[in-house]
Design a protein around this ligand. Structure first.
Ligand code: FES
Ligand code: MG
Length: 591
């Protein structure tokens, strides 16, 4: 970095080099000298770059970042900056009870405080596991400090008996086989463990790969960052380049608000459909957009993204896993195909300092079995359908995972395609579901729809991934692998279940699902985008009048704070009061 660029005064100099306030400057600087820094370097007018470390022993999906740290720091040093690593509250999807979703907003809050209150001029956001990516982007958006994401990358492909075993997806498949009596407990464990062969995050197109693709589509990572498998040498190179680039971004003053614009979010929605991305992407992107002050509505997912074809052949919508996706070109190859079809906002600015269109020059699919061209996709219209009706204001359905068999059984009544009427069976939560799903008294047959409630942001708390309910064992044994399921919670991005989920408002705050009873008939009309309980309006109103909100017991102080402040999934499940704080960097904290 040329010294001439350094005649700019950095925010960190208010702490470390302020001759007008020697008392505080001395206090700020002395303790940073007792580790690895000298006074000379901290007063050298070079930018100080934070590295938000999301990996730890408790967060194995992101643990690779512990090993990438040397390369990130080397890049920052070679770029002319001074790196300072700091920890982020762990958000491990598979380890945190009651759900990691509860901790996305907690890690977000922590990041905002660090970026605001410490002498930082820019930040590398390490990402990986599902909620780490949105938490980091939400925080960067609120503070609006120069920021760049670095994914840790997916694990290598898992294999079981000569077949690809994808993270999460193998769990859902193995659960069915166990229920059907086709495998035992030991084989169940072995199959699932085989899907995790190395460091890295889920190797399927689950929420982790999806959200990192979203970060890249938003323009917040370097081109090609998201798909590189964690153990590959390209991942180390990317860590170095990302470190180097953030220093330039500080000099160029490229901020999240320059990158995460409405156009960038529309690009992300389109990419999500093309990759067969997770149903968790809408609430996470919604949350990032709100903290960035960008108008985005849950209905935009259908308006902008529904007619986008599925290009990526990756589990759960397809067959391959992360290694093949990377070799086929990863996210820039998908975006290159979308660009050729005129589907992207090419002028959107990115962290590279170039537009998205410029970044994508020369990128296209390198393996058409894995990334299909736009005019020969795996399926047409692969985006989300946004449903409404008397059960909820909005709920989502991911169309890329609706199997032919499911479509024929439920949605192909002659002359009435897309419409299905069924008897509802209602569960009060995952415990109730597990207790009763095999109870013959419920009379669940292949024409029923399963509902689950009390599992949204306030209800669970945090919103649980439980909507992809498996049918009763008796139906599985007949070869019925899926019933339609509906709920106010979420489901894993690795699930191939064609559920209707993220129903908002949730039942515990008085959403329509609260008034449904087992035995009611419901109508699903996919063409009209409606789902309604076929209950007489007077009777429906009487149930509403008789309803009282359930008493919710919190086990930790954060649960109580979260429940008071959190909004609904359709609005991103944000801490509502936090959305009022924008561009926090423009205010300097007191000494
Ligand atoms: Fe962490 Fe899937 S569980 S990435
Ligand atoms: Mg999950």
């Amino acid at each position: 970095m040329e010294n001439t660029k350094a005649n700019k005064r950095f925010r960190s100099q208010e702490w470390f080099d302020n001759p007008n306030n020697p008392g505080m400057t001395a206090l700020y600087i002395e303790r940073y000298l007792n580790q690895q820094f000298t006074r000379e370097e901290l007063q050298s007018a070079r930018p100080i770059i934070g590295i938000a470390q999301t990996g730890s022993d408790l967060a194995p999906c992101n643990k690779i970042h512990v090993f990438l740290m040397d390369r990130i720091k080397a890049g920052i040093r070679d770029g002319g900056g001074i790196p300072m690593e700091f920890p982020v509250h762990p958000i491990q999807e598979t380890g945190k009870r009651p759900t990691a979703a509860l901790d996305r907003n907690l890690a977000y809050l922590g990041l905002v405080e660090v970026l605001h209150g410490y002498p930082l001029d820019g930040v590398v956001l390490t990402t990986g596991c599902d909620k780490t990516t949105p938490a980091m982007l939400m925080g960067a958006a609120t503070v609006d400090i120069p920021a760049i994401t670095l994914n840790g990358g997916p694990m290598l492909d898992g294999w079981w008996k000569g077949k690809r075993a994808g993270s999460g997806t193998v769990v859902w498949e193995s659960r069915r086989l166990l229920s059907e009596g086709k495998i035992d407990y030991d084989e169940f464990m072995s199959r699932v463990c085989a899907s995790a062969p190395s460091l890295g995050h889920c190797n399927t197109m689950g929420t982790a790969s999806t959200m990192n693709a979203m970060a890249e589509a938003l323009g917040m990572s370097l081109t090609g960052c998201s798909a590189i498998p964690a153990p590959f040498r390209e991942r180390m190179n990317m860590a170095y380049q990302t470190g180097k680039r953030i220093v330039e971004m500080v000099y160029e003053n490229i901020k999240p608000s320059d990158v995460m614009t409405r156009e960038a979010f529309e690009n992300a929605i389109i990419v999500n459909a093309a990759i067969g991305g997770s149903t968790n992407a809408p609430p996470h992107l919604q949350a990032i957009a709100r903290h960035a002050g960008v108008e985005l509505d849950v209905t935009d997912w259908q308006k902008v993204g529904f007619d986008v074809p599925l290009l990526v052949n990756m589990q759960p919508a397809g067959e391959y896993l992360g290694e093949s996706f990377f070799h086929a070109g990863g996210v820039p190859a998908v975006m290159g195909e979308l660009k050729k079809a005129g589907r992207l906002h090419e002028k959107a600015m990115t962290v590279s300092g170039q537009t998205m269109g410029q970044n994508l020059t020369g990128w296209e699919s390198q393996d058409r079995a894995v990334i299909r061209p736009y005019d020969d996709p795996l399926r047409e219209n692969a985006g989300f359908i946004v449903l409404t009706g008397n059960l909820f204001d909005s709920a989502l359905m991911k169309t890329s995972v609706i199997s032919k068999d499911f479509r024929q059984r439920f949605l192909s009544e002659p002359g009435n395609e897309g419409v299905h009427e069924a008897r509802a069976v209602v569960f009060e939560g995952p415990e109730d579901y597990h207790d009763r799903i095999n109870d013959p008294a419920l009379g669940i047959d292949e024409h029923c729809i399963l509902f689950i409630r009390n599992v949204g942001c306030v209800g669970y708390p945090g919103s649980a991934e439980v909507v992809n309910m498996q049918p009763p064992d008796a139906l599985l044994k007949q070869g019925i692998n899926h019933l339609p399921t509906v709920g106010d919670g979420r489901q894993s991005g690795t699930s191939e279940s064609p559920s209707i989920l993220n129903a908002s408002p949730e039942s515990v705050v008085g959403g329509g699902l609260a008034y449904l009873q087992t035995g009611d008939w419901v109508r699903l009309d996919l063409n009209a985008g409606h789902m309604d309980a076929l209950v007489d309006p007077a009777e429906w109103q009487a149930r509403k009048d008789a309803w009282t909100p359930p008493v919710l017991e919190c086990q930790t102080p954060w649960e109580e704070i979260y429940r008071k402040e959190v909004g609904q999934l359709a609005q991103g499940g944000c801490l509502e009061l936090a959305t009022a704080y924008q561009r926090v960097r423009q205010t300097m904290p007191r000494d």
